[in-house]
Design a protein around this ligand. Sequence first.
Ligand SMILES: Nc1nc2c(c(=O)[nH]1)N[C@@H](CN(C=O)c1ccc(C(=O)N[C@@H](CCC(=O)O)C(=O)O)cc1)CN2
Length: 299
Amino acid sequence: MARIIDGTEISRVMREQMAQEVAALKAAGITPGLSVVLVGNNPASQAYVSSKTKACEALGMRGQTLNLPENVSTQELFAVIDRLNADSSVHGILVQLPLPAHLPYKAVLEHIHPDKDVDGFHPLNAGLAFVGDPRAFVPCTPAGIMEMIRRENIPTRGKHAVIVGRSLIVSKPLASLLMAPGPDATVTLTHRHTQDLASFTRQADILIVAVGKQNLITADMVKPGVVVIDVGQNRVPDDSSPRGYRMVGDVDYAAVSEKAEAITPVPGGVGPMTITMLLANTLQAARQMQARGTSGNPR
Ligand SMILES: Nc1nc2c(c(=O)[nH]1)N[C@@H](CN(C=O)c1ccc(C(=O)N[C@@H](CCC(=O)O)C(=O)O)cc1)CN2
C-alpha cells in the first residue's frame, strides 16, 4: 500500500513555524493582514474563504472577508480592489475564483497590486515566477505541492513528472517549478485534447492530476511505484455524511494506492497545503513591504 502524504500534518508543522514569524513581525509593529474578496454565494467558495480567514487568525494575522453581491459590476469590484491596494494595513489581497461569468477575471486579477498579489495570479508575478525570481509570489497550490515533494524527500531530478490539466492556477506554474534548476524534473503537460492519456500517465514517476473529474485516473493508468499528487476537489453526494456529500479527488484512491509508492489523499492532501502557502505568501508580502518601508499598521 502507498505511503500517505499527509498535507494536514505538513501544514501543522509549517503553520507552527509561521506563527513564530508572525509574532516577531507583530513585535516590530506589523500585523500581517490578508483581505479576501468573495463575489456571490458559491457554497464551496464560501467554505474556502472562511478557511482562509480562520487560518490567518489562528496564526495571529489579520484576516478579512469582503462579501460582494453576485451582480456587482466590474467598476464596483475595481473600486473595492483600489481601496485595498491603497490600504497600508493590508499586505495580501485575493479575489476568490471562480468569478461570475459577467466579470472579466483576467482584468480583475491584474487590478490587484503585484506587491499584494498573494495568489500569484498577476501576470507580473507569473512572469517573475517563470524566470525563477525570488520576489515572485508563487501560486499557492503549486507552491504547496513543491513543499510536499521537498518535505517528503521525493526524488525529482531526471524523473518524469506528468501533469494532467493545463490551468493557470495549478498546472502551468507547477510545470515551470518542477523543471527549474533544483527539482530538475522532465515534465509532460497533458490536457483534455491529449490523445491516449493513459499512454502518458503510465510513464509518470510523479503523476499530478488537476482536472476536477472523479475517478479520471484508474489503477491501469499508472505504473507501480508512482508518486501520485491528487489536486481534484469533487463533491460526491453521500447521505451518511452530515454535510450530505463527501470530498474525493480525481484519482481512484483505493485502487491506485495499491500500486503507488506514495499518494496524497482528498481531503487532507493538497487542499490544506494551498491555504498554508497562502499564509506563507501573506507573510512574505508583509516582510517585503516592511523592507521597502511601505508597510505599517496604524498603531
Ligand atoms: N483566488 C483563488 N481561488 C481559488 C483557489 C486559489 O488558490 N485562489 N484555489 C481553489 C480553491 N481553494 C482555495 O481557494 C481551496 C480548495 C480546497 C481546499 C481544501 O483544503 N480542501 C479540503 C477539503 C475541503 C472540504 O472538505 O470541503 C482538503 O482537500 O482537505 C482549500 C482551498 C479554487 N479557487
